[in-house]
Ligand binder design. Structure first.
Ligand SMILES: Cc1cc2nc3c(=O)[nH]c(=O)nc-3n(C[C@H](O)[C@H](O)[C@H](O)COP(=O)(O)O)c2cc1C
Ligand SMILES: CCCCC(=O)C(=O)O
Length: 351
């Protein structure tokens, strides 16, 4: 790994005003390999681009002269009250982005009152993250062929106070990652993943039977991360899981699947309030959060911007990314005449 640039922990973030600024600045603070790993999408990166383009293409239909003097962005998920609906998506290898890795992320989450979904590929032990958490944590699970290992990992996370389990179901294999390969992605020797051992090279298929098996002993709510197909959403309801995350893995797995915001309305319709739906993919502006909620999401997650925030400024960078998005959401609510998240319905979308 190249040396961490001098002053890495004290750089000035005041000129970074939105999430795109963070991405642009992060290029200067990351190794080429780390930047390519985070920023790239699968194959021709069509889905990666569509995630953004589809959000941009949605126009808003504001209501004027409503009382927006008291904005309330809070939401309850599985019995936990959150002060805003913007969660940290699980992303691997934070020590590749900043020397403090996940310990910086969890401090940033605390400063921004954000729920943090910790990746199976964390480069910091789950216990150390939990020790420093002041906001709720969830755990993202990659199911390994060794099911006893998986069961132990789930039980370890639960015992440490992780409050929900997000099982990633869209990655029977990683996708075509040309940019990652071109930059010769390899974890530096001093960056380890204490809960995963090696990379994902699983042979035993993960199926609905495994989801039932996990639910037979899991004590915390189980969510499926990576649903795009309404039939799968229906099956998820039938399988008794507590929620789903509509996700195309940030455009990193199967290229040419639709933007998540385009997949959301059909899933919302099919699920018909039977469980909460979360969404990630391309959320960069407060208006994006508002659009996702209008189309049926209870909350959203952000992936790449958190990695870029971490690279630009450790905990402070993570907190600032989240605070910007949260503030932009408040402005979007005030300007569309919606004082609460419950008030953000489809009528806020220009049809
Ligand atoms: C660098 C990086 C690493 C990721 N690692 C994981 C992971 O370990 N587990 C997982 O379920 N998803 C992982 N994801 C996918 C994210 O959880 C999320 O679905 C996606 O990044 C959301 O899109 P966005 O980056 O446009 O916000 C990763 C994404 C990125 C960019
Ligand atoms: C095999 C997946 C590793 C982490 C991940 O989910 C990602 O890079 O998107």
């Amino acid at each position: 790994m190249e040396a961490i640039p001098p002053g890495a922990l004290t750089r000035d973030l005041s000129t970074l005003l939105n999430l795109f600024d963070f991405e642009e600045s992060a290029v200067d603070w990351m190794t080429k390999m780390a930047y390519e790993y985070v920023a790239s999408g699968a194959a021709d990166e069509l889905t990666l681009r569509w995630n953004r383009q589809a959000l941009d293409a949605i126009r808003l239909n504001p209501t004027v002269l409503t009382d927006v003097s008291q904005l309330d962005t809070s939401v309850s998920l599985f019995g936990t009250r959150l002060s805003h609906p913007i969660l940290i998506a699980p992303t691997a290898y934070h020590r590749l982005m900043h020397p403090e890795g996940e310990l910086a992320t969890v401090r940033g989450a605390g400063a921004a009152s954000a729920l943090y979904v910790v990746s199976s590929f964390t480069t910091t032990p789950l216990a150390e993250i939990a020790q420093r958490a002041t906001q709720p944590l969830w755990f993202q699970l990659y199911v390994r062929d060794d099911r006893a290992f998986t069961q132990n990992l789930i039980q370890e996370a639960e015992a440490l106070g992780y409050r929900a389990l997000c099982i990633t179901v869209d990655t029977p294999t990683p996708g075509v990652r040309n940019r990652e390969h071109r930059s010769h992605f390899k974890l530096p020797d001093d960056v380890r993943t204490p809960h995963m051992g090696g990379p994902l090279v699983e042979k035993k298929p993960l199926t609905w039977k495994d989801i039932e098996w996990i639910q037979s002993f899991a004590k915390t709510p189980v969510l499926l991360k990576g649903i795009l197909n309404p039939d799968d959403a229906e099956r998820a309801v039938e399988s008794g899981v507590s929620g789903i995350i509509v996700s195309n893995h940030g455009g990193r797995n199967l290229d040419t699947v639709p933007a998540t915001i385009d997949a959301l309305p059909r899933i919302t319709e099919r699920v018909d309030q039977r469980m909460p739906i979360l969404l990630d993919g391309g959320i960069r502006r407060g208006t994006d959060v508002l659009k996702a909620i209008a189309l049926g999401a209870s909350a959203v997650l952000v992936g790449k911007p958190i990695c870029f925030g971490l690279a630009c400024g450790g905990a402070e960078g993570v907190a600032k990314v989240l605070q910007i998005l949260q503030h932009e959401l408040e402005l979007a609510m005030a300007l569309t005449g919606r004082a609460t998240l419950a008030g953000i319905d489809r009528s806020v979308i220009w049809q």
